[in-house]
Design a protein. Structure first.
Length: 566
């Protein structure tokens, strides 16, 4: 435990709706030729540096210059300061996560001209942010009654509310301690990581990944030495929950109305720069490092911090052209703009950070026009999981009774005796939940696990059936439960397709447990792993509950050969 002086004492915030915090009136825009453009310390902003010609002032021949634009890049990680610049129209642009912009919409909409219009998605956080927890917390549902540290008005607020919602919890089920800063830059900073270290009442904290690694002794289990906390571990990062934190640019409505062609050129230039960044990162190590140096200077205050900048890029999944088309243009996409905005507004009202819902607006671009000059515009989705590694993982988990390790969320559906078809109309609520979870936690494995009624097997065992007969019955039950689980998976994917949602089939792991893992409360296993007679259901209700297919969302971040990041 660190000892701090009174001057540096750990203190907490009591956030109000931004409408009550940001009280300045919006000013008319009187801008010169060169516009200030905010960035933040995030990997996706490397593309903005590239679009500007790897310079803080727009360089000749850069994507922005070719679009007839001129910018002066600056970093502003304090969102409330960005809001001051935005309202004063020192810049018409706002840079943040969708949640942060959504949190500010009520405050910014007092003046119709200052209302933010979201114009572009830069990226998804895909490893850069994490939920770190102390001993005894194994899944999100264990957060009930716990105390969580999170930055006020920061990028992790909707990360918090989404995980709680998906675990069947609300903000009223936890205690939140709000802190001022995101990062622990010096002794004066009050960050979630500091609260996690110094305040014994804090059970969990939302932090960026470098601080998560420090708290957990390199992503393992905290040893208590150096900056780690004994017993701390990463419950899940955005490598798993990779469709929660969307980074975006927004622009003032009055500026967009008067300069729509310029803003469209800005978006097209960013898309070109994203493609340039992807090509550099893959094909030319020396050129890539040269490009990272000025970005590191802008985003991390040191041109020498090239490796840190490269790590930030690796933690961001760039949205690109196809991602922007899906995010803004596909109303069926479960993690699209309108769905996320509605989710964010609802949860922030529950937190008291919004008084009323004020839906965000988007630019509604002509994406055919935005494709000009781009090469990666095909609607091609590649598998992101190694199916052979997934199969090996499923087999390994099936051999142990400790198969709840890494399970974030789970739920069940039930079926009748001899049922082999699982029509969507009978299971729509469960299927819709599975689609939502698979889409939100795109880096997690979704397992579909079949279980059979053990009663017939146990009757034969009680009668003293031979080992050969019992083995044959167990294998038949395992085969049948696998067949049923596979039928459920196929029905679920077909249901998603019918809704216009494409699920990645490689994200699914299917297994059949047969009669080996009944859910009867009294069940035990013998030394060889076979179920004992006390596993028999005691009444019809228990019997009906044994015939089930279980969906699980499993964190596989430690299984580097399973998930293949884009």
């Amino acid at each position: 435990m660190l000892v701090v002086s009174d001057a540096w004492a750990l203190s907490y915030e009591h956030p109000k709706p931004l409408r009550e915090v940001v009280t300045a009136a919006a000013r008319d825009c009187r801008l010169g030729k060169t516009l200030p453009l905010p960035t933040i310390a995030w990997g996706a902003d490397v593309a903005t540096s590239l679009a500007n010609g790897n310079a803080k002032q727009t360089a000749p021949g850069s994507p922005f210059d070719r679009a007839g634009l001129s910018f002066s890049l600056y970093r502003q990680d304090q969102f409330t300061q960005q809001l001051d610049d935005y309202l004063a129209c020192r810049t018409p642009f706002l840079r943040g996560t969708l949640g942060m912009v959504g949190m500010a919409t009520e405050a910014l909409s007092k003046d119709p001209g200052a209302k933010p219009v979201v114009i572009y998605q830069l990226s998804w956080s895909a490893g850069g942010d994490a939920l770190v927890v102390k001993q005894g917390i194994r899944s999100p549902k264990d957060l009930r009654g716990k105390t969580i540290a999170v930055q006020a008005y920061g990028p992790h607020v909707d990360y918090l509310t989404t995980i709680l919602k998906d675990a069947g919890l609300t903000v009223d089920d936890v205690r939140i301690k709000w802190v001022r800063d995101l990062l622990q830059l010096d002794d004066n900073s009050v960050s979630p990581s500091r609260a996690f270290r110094e305040d014994s009442s804090v059970d969990a904290a939302f932090v960026i990944i470098p601080e998560a690694l420090a708290l957990t002794s390199g992503g393992q289990v905290g040893a208590g030495a150096e900056d780690s906390v004994r017993g701390a571990h990463i419950l899940l990062s955005t490598k798993t929950a990779n469709r929660i934190i969307a980074d975006v640019y927004a622009v003032r409505a009055d500026y967009l109305q008067q300069n729509r062609a310029k803003v469209q050129g800005f978006v097209n230039a960013l898309l070109r720069a994203e493609e340039q960044m992807a090509q550099l990162a893959k094909s030319n190590a020396a050129a890539w490092r040269r490009a990272l140096a000025p970005a590191a200077d802008l985003l991390l205050d040191s041109a020498a911090a090239v490796d840190d900048a490269a790590a930030m890029v690796a933690d961001a999944e760039m949205a690109g052209y196809r991602g922007n088309v899906s995010f803004f243009g596909d109303p069926q996409y479960p993690r699209g703009f309108e769905h996320l905005d509605k989710e964010i507004q609802s949860s922030f009202k529950a937190l008291g950070l919004l008084r009323k819902s004020t839906p965000l607006q988007q630019a509604k671009w002509d994406y055919a026009a935005l494709a000009k000059g781009l090469s990666d515009t095909r609607n091609v989705t590649l598998p992101r999981f190694d199916t052979a590694a997934v199969a090996q993982l499923m087999e390994r988990r099936g051999r142990t009774q400790a198969d709840e390790d890494g399970v974030l969320f789970s739920f069940e559906i039930y079926f009748q005796p001899n049922q082999n078809q699982f029509p969507a109309q009978s299971y729509q609520q469960a299927y819709d939940k599975a689609i939502q979870l698979a889409s939100t936690y795109g880096g997690a494995l979704l397992t579909v696990e079949g279980h059979s009624d053990p009663l017939g097997y146990l009757r034969q065992k009680k009668k003293g059936a031979s080992t050969v007969v019992l083995n044959r019955l167990r294998q038949a039950a395992k085969n049948l439960s696998f067949s049923r689980a596979n039928a459920v998976k196929d029905s679920l994917i077909a249901h998603a397709n019918a809704q216009g949602t494409t699920l990645d089939a490689s994200q699914f792991g299917v297994t059949g447990h047969g009669v080996s893992k009944p859910n009867t409360a009294q069940c035990t296993h013998n030394a060889s792993g076979d179920i004992n007679l006390n596993c028999a259901p005691r009444n019809k209700q228990e019997w009906d509950a044994t015939r089930r297919v279980v969906f699980k969302i499993i964190q596989v971040e430690a299984e580097s050969n399973v998930f293949q990041p884009l």
